[in-house]
Ligand binder design. Structure first.
Ligand SMILES: [Fe+2]
Length: 325
């Protein structure tokens, strides 16, 4: 079911009024602009990678989402750009094609974003009811998510840290070694409708039974992940389950997961870039990473907790604790 098709009473909002929504619109847009305005036109497109979007496409998509759900769906306005749906409807535009679209140039995309925002702010001056507020909150939270995506895109592509947007890493902060034990039991998962906006994939709160498990205490850093790659960690039997290793041995993991190596043992340049591309050796492998210390860069520094958390931004719990087996 598409959440927006549900009756209005099933679409909870935070209760923010029109003035608060206007403030939130300006704030999130400020972050989007500060994450992108310093990039060159070439950087705004970047190389075609399966894990990121071209930045120019992505910010246009953000503006389109606002326009589609608020100005058009809610207020019945005509599209600001005739071909906007063909360019930026992410349900329709295949990822690999997003580098080859007839996008407006950078000035055109930034103008589109500001035009949409200006019209939203004008609409909000008249006040808003709760049903309409839902669509503004939807668009704001959607932009929040793309702010996060733009952040990791910058890091993936090796672009410099944007100035004046985040604090530098705190000295002394950093990754903590080892795992934490999480006891099993009943856990409330999901959101309730009590006074806050929720996405459809958070609906609704329900209890689940959790087995005890262990999880790395902090996200993996780029330096840790680089150590893992350098040590050929992906091929180490000890870090796989029986089932996983059988899958690995069948060759299922050979296509995309294991990079060919040169005799020197170094990864080819392209794979080095695609595979690790740390903007900073101490930053988190998945975010702007403001709080990580470098780990010892040797194969012996790889711990099970590093491997368990190597799959990106999330720390994944994949190994039941002894108590849970
Ligand atoms: Fe999106």
């Amino acid at each position: 079911m598409i959440f927006m098709d549900e009756p209005a009473e099933r679409r909870p909002t935070s209760g923010a009024d029109a003035a608060e929504l206007a403030t939130q619109l300006r704030e999130v847009r400020s972050r989007t602009i500060r994450l992108t305005e310093d990039l060159s036109s070439d950087q705004l497109m970047g190389p075609m990678l399966p894990i990121v979007n071209p930045v120019l496409w992505e910010i246009g998509h953000v503006g389109w989402f606002h326009e589609y759900w608020t100005l058009r769906h809610l207020h019945g306005e005509a599209p600001l750009l005739d071909r906007a749906d063909r360019l930026w409807n992410s349900s329709e535009v295949a990822h690999a094609t997003r580098w080859d679209l007839d996008l407006p140039d950078r000035a055109g995309v930034f103008t589109f974003l500001s035009d949409v925002l200006e019209r939203q702010l004008l609409r909000l001056r008249d006040g808003i009811d709760e049903e309409a507020a839902y669509f503004y909150e939807l668009a704001i939270r959607h932009e929040d998510m793309h702010v996060e995506a733009l952040t990791y895109t910058r890091q993936t592509l090796g672009y410099a840290r944007p100035k004046h947007l985040v604090d530098p890493p705190a000295r002394g902060a950093g990754a903590s070694p080892g795992d934490v034990e999480v006891p099993g039991g009943r856990w409330r998962l999901g959101s309730t409708a009590a006074g806050r906006f929720v996405f459809d994939n958070e609906k609704w709160a329900h209890d689940v039974e959790l087995e005890p498990f262990r999880i790395a205490s902090t996200p993996v850093t780029n330096a840790q992940f680089a150590s893992f790659v350098a040590a050929d960690g992906y091929r180490m039997r000890e870090f796989w389950s029986e089932e996983g290793w059988a899958w690995r041995e069948r060759g299922a993991a050979g296509g995309g997961g294991v990079f060919p190596r040169r005799p020197s043992g170094r990864l080819p340049r392209r794979e080095r870039r695609r595979g690790t591309a740390p903007a900073s050796p101490t930053s988190s492998a998945g975010g702007l990473g403001a709080n990580k210390l470098p780990c010892a860069g040797t194969p012996t520094s790889i711990s099970p907790s590093m491997l368990r958390s190597m799959s990106g931004r999330a720390r994944l719990a994949t190994v039941p604790s002894a108590a849970g087996r």
